[in-house]
Write a protein that binds this ligand. Sequence first.
Ligand code: HDE
Length: 723
Amino acid sequence: MSSIGQSVEKAFTTMTSTKKVVDLQRDIQKPQAGQPRLTTDHGVKVADTDNWLKIIGSETETQPIEPKSGKNGPSLLEDQIGREKIHRFDHERIPERVVHARGTGAHGYFTVSSDRASKYTFAPVLTDSSRTTPVFVRFSTVQGSRGSADTVRDVRGFAVKFYTEEGNWDIVGNDIPVFFIQDAIKFPDFVHAVKPEPHNDVPQGQSAHNNFWDFVGLQPESAHMVMWVMSDRGVPRSFRMMQGFGVNTFTLQNAAGQRHFVKFHFIPELGVHSLLWDEALKINGQDPDFHRKDLSEAIESGAYPKWKFAIQTIPESREHEFEFDILDATKVWPQESVPLEEIGELVLNRVVDEFFPETEQVAFCTSHVVPGIGFSDDPLLQGRNFSYFDTQISRLGVNWEELPINRPICPVFNHNRDGKSRHRIVKSEVNYWPNRKDIGRPVTGEEGGYVEHAQYLQGIKKRARGIKFQEHFDQAQLFYNSLSAYERAHLVSAIGFELSHCEDPVVYKSYIDVLNNIHFDLAKAVAVKVNGEVPTKPGRENNGKKSKGLSQLDFLPKEPTIVSRRIAILISDGFNAVEMQAVRAALTSAKAVCYLIGPRRNYIRPMAGQDFGPGVFADHHFDSQRSTLFDAIYIPSGEEHVKTLGKNGRVVHWVREAFGHCKAIAAVGEGVGFLRDDVRLPGIDLFAPSRDQDSDEVVTSYGVVTTGKYSISSAVTDVLNIA
Ligand code: HDE
């Protein structure tokens, strides 16, 4: 490698290295071509890995035995090398996660950006700005199994493991701030209802079936969360463009021993964006790995995903001041009464080296907190604190915290022993406390030991829920009221789609009653679509309340950006390669990712007079990719090329489909004519020819069509202006 190459590699390694990444190096093998040589698991070099040990027989006793021409005889059980290979293969699969089975992960780091949190907590991970805390984040869907598609309508998991100097801290969150149920004891019912139905194991990666809607119809506490997941939040454009929420109420404890209730928020730098349902459905088939590829492509291209980390806090003394219970996970804390305070930043900057030992074996626990951070009496959280550790035992075995991806970066020592697959070897005569040797002594709070906040409690033991847990529609209304008109329209279509997939009239008819408690218009619109009973009056009065931070429109990036957006450049023979290069350079310098799509994956010839050797190489051909996989399209000028595009039905469909999905479509010169005459896009007057500032004459005819999904069209316009 050249010295420049080496220094680039060194810089990259340093940038993406954290204490955890260094820790993982202890277990990483980096095989080179030809080295190491093949061995068995017990280290014996293997001479033949292609043929099972067997008898090669001769036709007759007298015929000589020739290995190459001899007759195939029985395979021998004796072959310990063959047996080991098959044994290891037979046991490759571990149980998939009972929920959130499909996911993808990445390494990164967390830094503190303000000392605001020290009012609330003494945890250095949230207060010490000199620290860089390594993290591992796993994003997931909930319903589908490991092999399901990425762009299904579902909640997304957003689980963060902070490897702090004081031990591991896990926020096992989602991209939606509330949950379907209030009490952990309902979780098995909820999961059984949403997962494939028991009699036929259908459907996969979807909630559009009788049992889910039957359950949520009968369990009205889910109404608020159903609104969120049926909104555009259920189909994110990318893991990098969604929020993350801790959902449950945790607590923070400060140096003076005061306690605050807290909610955790991650806010993406790129804004919150979604797919359209039609795009999501198509991508499911076209590229089921769309989200996982998107994450690794962005990280590998240096467009590191970033989130602001913010907290909402309520002092213990104000716990009962709200009309909802602040420990109820089906409620948000409206920002108007509990503002967000930004305290840090999360960055993902390194893809995993191997999926299974890292992403599949990473295991999170809500019960993993560090001193300064604690739990609340949120009944969902209390159950989760039991459930996660338990599920890791069945998935990975009792010593799961010794696995490289799960082990803390700080020292671990205790008297827990044995169990399956124990790695650590402790050289000591005692494995209990107290002991005569003073080994493994507990640590006081002053020395950094975890001390629970003392809490006064009085009450009766009972199976019940607090009084404020009985209200279920106020915030579902708040959410619906806060959406823009187009978000509401998407919500109506989504519920309409789902209920139309329920065959049992009891199910879809009764869910209309739930919707009518949220909004009269919503209930009527859905009822008409799905053949439900159209209500004649609202189920309850609308509270008319709205709140900030519920509509996705509140999370557009401050400036329109095309960072990491995928742009397709449609070319064919005779295109203007000089112009294309200028536009591509401008798009790339704005950090978009451009792909050339042509009639074949090969060299495409530019227009006469342009010298590009054999041509410009197209990354894909028109049939191998679809417009749904891109955020914007650009068509360069060139008479011959545009004529060819116009005759190709696939290309015309490409552009029409992108237009239908509100994507930015840019064209220059004859490309504009192609859009007007061949594709025949409506809204042609949206085209903006570039004029000379002084003479007002048209100097280039470029066009940017569409309504500006993701603000990309304005960003693309800017780029074209520069080009
Ligand atoms: Fe989970 N959840 N959950 N959950 N959950 C699991 O743990 C559970 C809940 C969430 O990427 C399981 O390791 C109960 C809320 C994520 O590995 C399991 C209850 C939220 C992940 C489990 C809930 C979540 C899980 C399955 C109700 C959002 C994936 C595999 C009391 C805040 C983590 C595993 C990863 C995974 C139990 C409710 C998020 C069975 C009992 C609320 C992101 O233990």
